[in-house]
Design a binder for this molecule. Structure first.
Ligand SMILES: Cc1cc2nc3c(=O)[nH]c(=O)nc-3n(C[C@H](O)[C@H](O)[C@H](O)COP(=O)(O)O)c2cc1C
Length: 196
């Protein structure tokens, strides 16, 4: 089990939402090459092991992957409707794509691919995201092999350095800021209660 305090709070919120799909949707902001924020919804695909890193899936051809290549800074905003909590997580993103040589990362990418819902796997074989609308026939693709991620599949990892947790259910509201201390294992987290 993880001992990271903010991760425990996220896991508690997920449990309280009983696996409702929207509770796994969060907004992930990256930075464009000309410095503009670029935000989109992504699905949380679980934590990496017992640590702080969040996993997402993406299309290697999507704009976000090019943005991350040039600037890995990112912030995620995750709102839990039932418990009225917000988590803002900022840190660096890493893309694990088809050219990854490290066997552990390759295995991690394959594991997330296998766990994706079939409809999501199929969408990775559709025509290029963001390109002018393709002919409908190009969307009629074979179901991809769940054991063999295609070159368009990227595992995206967010390694948070700061987490801001706002809890609106408490009266008065509670807000806690977490800051990672050091980069080496074991990573520790300083926490500070601040005014909401
Ligand atoms: C509910 C919901 C869940 C989504 N989940 C993902 C996801 O897990 N990964 C992803 O790359 N895009 C996901 N999308 C699509 C993105 O929001 C976005 O439109 C797409 O990734 C292209 O973004 P980009 O051009 O900034 O790369 C989701 C959209 C919605 C509405």
């Amino acid at each position: 089990m993880s001992e990271i305090p903010w991760r425990l709070a996220i896991e508690r919120a997920l449990t309280n939402h009983q696996g409702a799909p929207p509770s796994r949707w969060l907004q992930l902001a990256t930075v464009t090459s000309d410095g503009w924020p670029s935000v989109r919804t992504v699905v949380f695909r679980g934590f990496l092991g017992t640590g702080p890193i969040l996993r997402f899936s993406a299309d290697t051809r999507s704009a976000k992957v090019g943005q991350i290549d040039r600037n890995s800074r990112a912030e995620a905003c995750w709102m839990f409707a039932e418990t009225r909590e917000q988590f803002r997580l900022s840190g660096h993103l890493r893309v694990i794509g088809p050219a990854e040589s490290d066997p552990q990362w390759r295995a991690e990418r394959a594991e997330v691919w296998t766990a994706l819902p079939p409809a999501t796997r199929i969408s990775l074989l559709w025509p290029e995201p963001g390109a002018p609308r393709a002919d409908l026939r190009q969307f009629q693709v074979e179901t991809p092999d769940p054991r063999d991620p295609p070159p368009t599949f990227a595992l995206v990892l967010l390694d948070p350095e700061r987490v801001d947790h706002l809890d609106l259910k408490s009266d008065p509201h509670r807000r806690t800021q977490y800051q990672r201390i050091g980069a080496e294992e074991p990573i520790e987290w300083a926490s500070l209660a601040v005014n909401p």
